[in-house]
Write a protein that binds this ligand. Structure first.
Ligand code: NAP
Length: 260
């Protein structure tokens, strides 16, 4: 008789989550659902993978969903700045007694040539820009842009995949709608052509969005770096590969528990 598949929920929205999901979709030991918040349109699907889009309704809604779907294991591979969903995952998995693995890529570390000012919130980043008008590359995605309404003396360039809502934007804002990855040359060209004075960034970590940090270093531009929020979880790994190793070990444990 065929062994039952281990039912896995992957909380996604990152390259790591997509890589884990794509890999597991090919593995007959697992039945995988990839969950996305629904912030971007046209999420990429993969054969053999169940995709669900939209919130669960807090930790209680997530706990209910885990029970209904008979999920055995949760992998939280959400973005380092997605703190709420990780809190919900930790709470709901604990309530259901489920193992939880949280994938969090290591933050970037400043190079001696970098000119970073580290701050703890979007509001603090807006204040750190100072009183004199600056041309700011606001590389923080769509969310949180509203915090910069308090610093309307600056002009902003925002690049995001989906357009931000107009009423959240400071008056002097140019939106560039583009999807990465961007090369170092792309980023140097952007910072030069837009006459940028300062870059505001989250410390996302990883290679995919690092070119702008390197470009700022080359052009000797300051970077206001917004620190990561606290991310709840119990077992943390840094890469998709480590999460897969952890999952395979859980699968082996569950088989030996069942005496298979
Ligand atoms: P968040 O503040 O931690 O979560 C807000 C709410 O969005 C959650 O309470 C949950 O709603 C819903 N949600 C978040 N991630 C979800 C997921 N993977 N599946 C289903 N529902 C989800 O999250 P966020 O910062 O808005 O990020 C949203 C998504 O974008 C995440 O998937 C994240 O990985 C991705 N992302 C975020 C950033 C960033 O800078 N924050 C950057 C790149 C990608 P309910 O309470 O109703 O369940």
């Amino acid at each position: 008789m065929e062994a039952p598949k281990m039912r896995v929920l992957i909380l996604g929205g990152t390259t790591e989550a997509s890589a884990i999901a794509r890999h597991l979709a090919q593995d007959p030991r697992f039945a995988v659902t990839l969950s996305l918040a629904g912030r971007t349109s046209n999420p990429a699907a993969a054969p053999g993978l169940a995709l669900r889009v939209g919130g669960f309704g807090g930790s209680a809604g997530l706990a209910r969903w885990l029970a209904e779907e008979k999920i055995a294991v949760v992998i939280d591979a959400t973005h380092p700045y997605a703190a709420q969903i990780s809190h919900n995952a930790d709470t709901a998995a604990a309530e259901r007694g489920l193992p939880l693995c949280t994938v969090i890529r290591p933050p970037w570390q400043p190079d001696p040539a970098d000119r970073w000012q580290t701050v703890h919130s979007m509001e603090a980043a807006a204040d750190a820009l100072g009183t004199e008008p600056q041309r700011v590359f606001l590389s923080i995605g769509r969310q949180g842009v509203g915090a910069f309404l308090r610093a309307q003396q600056h002009s902003y360039v925002i690049r995001s995949i989906e357009p931000p809502e107009d009423n959240a934007l400071p008056p002097d804002t140019t939106v560039i709608q583009m999807r990465g990855p961007f090369t170092l040359e792309d980023e140097i060209d952007l910072l030069r052509s837009r006459h940028i004075d300062v870059v505001v960034s989250k410390n996302a970590g990883g290679a995919a969005t690092y070119a702008k940090i390197e470009a700022a270093r080359r052009l000797v531009l300051p970077v206001v770096m917004i620190e990561r929020p606290y991310k709840a979880g119990r077992h943390f790994v840094a890469t998709a590969e480590e999460a897969l190793d952890w999952l395979v070990a859980r699968h082996a444990m569950s088989r030996s528990d069942r005496g298979v």
